[in-house]
Ligand binder design. Sequence first.
Ligand code: NAD
Ligand code: UFG
Length: 332
Amino acid sequence: MSVLVTGGTGYIGSHTVIELLEAGEDIVIVDNFSNSKPEMIDKIKEISGKDFKFYEVDLLDKEKLENVFKENKIESVIHFAGLKAVGESVQKPIEYYHNNITGTLILLELMKKYNCKKIVFSSSATVYGTPKTVPIKEDFPLSTTNPYGSTKLMIEQILRDVYISDKEFSVILLRYFNPIGAHKSGKIGEDPNGIPNNLMPYINQVAIGKLECLNVFGNDYDTIDGTGVRDYIHVVDLAKGHLKALKKAREMTGVEAYNLGTGKGYSVLQIVDAFQKVNGVTVKYRITDRRPGDIATCFADPTKAKVELGWVAEKELDEMCEDAWRFTKNNI
Ligand code: NAD
Ligand code: UFG
């Protein structure tokens, strides 16, 4: 019996596959390399010292995806595959809805057909929209402000409806906060195509000299130093959360959502400061206008995951900065 990991060569998927392999799980990965590279396959094998099956398949290609279900006994699915850039989703809504929603529907059709009824889904804190208060709890109102976020919210709803129609399903919705950092080996990490949208990869590219200066988007928010506050979580902690979620999915039927965050918020300038101190580098920055759509503060209440999954984030900000930089120095 195997765990199917969609998007398993991506940033969070690759770190999760390593944890799964180390825990003795049998893994089948599908990815179309739209945002990852084939070399990830060997890197995952090298780091884990374990083997797994890989299929270069687009979720939109039902025939090829069905072949994966035919050739393997898929017991459960961890579903990472999707497009994830907020700004790009505003420019290309059709691509985002098609890839993320249609891809998930095809996956679910095949799961039903092959009697596979356990799924762990990569959702996002973006489904909380502009929260009225922090820390954010799972039962806060849900809303979105861009097509990417809408795909996450719609998929959550689709999965709830699937469960209503078939009570044998178990669905775990993992709402990630801000994953950063990299594997200790320095071999895998976050390496986005083009100019990074997210803070940590941007900081790394400035520190290594690939980009000249970090734009800090606004210093007039109602926060400790005026810059935006987020809940940054080490990607390996996040990966470990998936093992706990899979265990839960195997023990229950129903739908449960969990925040995966640390419960602590750091400002942009606190991140820059920590990165500089820990790594002994300089990150040039300037204050610019706010980025449209950004909120002042966002951090999780991770209590539900602690109580029901037995999971807590263990790594601190310094380690996140140190691990991200090791990956950058080795690879970028
Ligand atoms: P990523 O882009 O590194 O990984 C996604 C992987 O899915 C890539 O390898 C890509 O090639 C693959 N993929 C995309 N569409 C596909 C398709 N149609 N068929 C097959 N493969 C496909 O992104 P990530 O940061 O690892 O994120 C993983 C998941 O977590 C995504 O669903 C993302 O929306 C979600 N998420 C990410 C963050 C974050 O900050 N990184 C935050 C919240 C939620
Ligand atoms: N920021 C900068 N300069 C940059 C990039 C970011 O100042 O070049 C600031 C932002 O304004 C924000 C903070 O750094 O205050 C974090 O920004 P990110 O883009 O790294 O992360 P976001 O919190 O905006 O978005 C992330 C994911 C989304 C997800 C969202 C919801 O990238 O996919 O979290 O939690 F939807």
